[in-house]
Design a protein around this ligand. Structure first.
Ligand code: DLZ
Length: 162
């Protein structure tokens, strides 16, 4: 996951913590479902690959990226057993300022929720100019941000438990 690599999802699997003891939720937005479904699959498969059991993975959906903040807050409030929440969304630049409002709101919102609950909330949100750029980052030539989100979640779970 270094900047110089074209595929940002390349990582050394031997350096990823084992997820056998962790409970992780994935929340994905329904907007741009082609993209968010691919990221959700990437995140889910990566968690399984690194030892998180199916029983310990919760998958939930929300209408849009804007709703990821309240969803993460609700999950962490109701589920004291969760070790981390991976939030998946895709916001594509349009003709209005909606893009800016959603991006700013979700970035600040997820950071605040993480600090409020003292648990990792992972920002797996694509903010792109067009659908092609999103495809390139949801299983295309630049990797899959969902995979990266899962790897980040596992590393942060280990950080919390160190
Ligand atoms: C309204 C809207 C727009 C214009 N664009 C996107 C987008 O590109 N990606 C996304 O995930 N959601 C979008 N939304 C929906 C908002 O996230 C939100 O669901 C609504 O504003 C209702 O709160």
């Amino acid at each position: 996951m270094e900047n110089k690599k074209t595929n940002l999802s390349d990582y050394d699997p031997n350096r990823i913590p084992d997820g056998g003891q962790y409970r992780i939720a994935i929340v994905a937005a329904e907007w741009n479902a082609e993209i968010t479904d691919a990221m959700l699959n990437g995140a889910y498969e990566t968690l399984l690959k690194h030892g998180v059991t199916e029983d310990n993975i919760t998958v939930r959906r929300v209408p849009g990226t804007f709703e990821l903040t309240s969803a993460a807050d609700i999950l962490l409030t109701k589920r004291c057993d969760l070790d981390a929440v991976i939030c998946i969304g895709c916001v594509i630049q349009g003709e209005t300022r909606h893009f800016d409002f959603i991006c700013e709101s979700v970035a600040n919102g997820l950071a605040n929720v993480s600090v409020k609950h003292t648990r990792p909330v992972i920002f797996s949100v694509l903010t792109t100019n067009n659908i092609e750029q999103a495809r390139e980052r949801a299983g295309g030539k630049h990797g899959n941000k969902g995979v990266e989100g899962a790897v980040t979640a596992l590393k942060m779970c280990e950080f919390m438990n160190a």
